[in-house]
Design a protein around this ligand. Structure first.
Ligand SMILES: [Mn+2]
Length: 235
């Protein structure tokens, strides 16, 4: 039996951005026909802990809940929503998965990852990530008062925007060597990731690298895998 798998990433949903949320709703209705959906990070533009952020996204949570009744939904966190945790999983019926994740179909293997860990040229980003996403930091952060978390995340976001202005396009893309090193661990597999917002398909010597794009309010994109891989436009 051939499974039908869908993959998306980088929707960067915001609670009051009604248009994009509508587009995601439409996609979720279509996704009910699939066997499984992988969300490869940054579904949400910010997530400051399940207790703080889930109440802002009740519409999205109920969409995911409805969908996960019919379709298996697997969620990998991105750099914006790395605090998605057990309560989110409980409320939505989505399964949280670690990166990298090996997806095996009848015909091919795919390594799935958000993609930011491959952007090794961006040293300051990687340094920041190793601090922010450290289990101890996460443990402490989600226990801080909500007001502090909001304030801290606002300050961090501002710093990140300022830092990005000084970086070239190349620095913020994946590093070819980092990609090769990852793929050497999975001979014969192809790679699917998001994060860079540079929708493209790169044919390398021993594998193909499929990059998912981000979503605008009116247009999204997905990858569909059955016996072969297709790109889908969502509008
Ligand atoms: Mn990202």
């Amino acid at each position: 039996m051939t499974l039908r798998t869908l993959l998306i990433a980088d929707l960067h949903l915001v609670a009051d951005e009604v248009e994009k949320n509508q587009l995601f709703k439409k996609f979720c209705q279509q996704a009910q026909e699939a066997d499984q959906l992988f969300i490869l990070g940054d579904l949400f533009n910010t997530w400051l802990g399940d207790d703080l952020s889930a109440p802002h996204y009740t519409d999205i949570i109920s969409l995911l809940k409805t969908l996960s009744n019919k379709t298996k939904v697997l969620v990998m966190t991105g750099n914006r929503d790395f605090l998605l945790a057990q309560e989110f999983s409980r409320q939505t019926g989505c399964e949280l998965i670690n990166s990298p994740y090996l997806l095996e179909t009848n015909t091919q293997q795919y390594v799935l990852t958000h993609g930011d860990e491959l952007c090794t040229d961006d040293e300051s980003y990687q340094q920041m990530k190793s601090i922010l996403q450290h289990p101890i930091t996460k443990f402490i952060f989600v226990r801080l008062p909500k007001k502090w978390r909001l304030k801290l995340s606002g300050q961090l976001r501002q710093k990140s925007i300022e830092a990005q202005q000084d970086k070239t396009r190349e620095i913020m893309d994946v590093n070819p060597q980092a990609v090769i090193e990852l793929m050497q661990k999975y001979p014969g597999a192809d790679l699917i990731h998001g994060h860079t917002h540079r929708l493209n398909t790169h044919t390398e010597k021993t594998f193909t690298r499929y990059v998912l794009g981000d979503w605008s309010n009116t247009q999204g994109n997905a990858i569909e895998i059955t016996d072969k891989l297709n790109r889908l436009e969502i509008s």
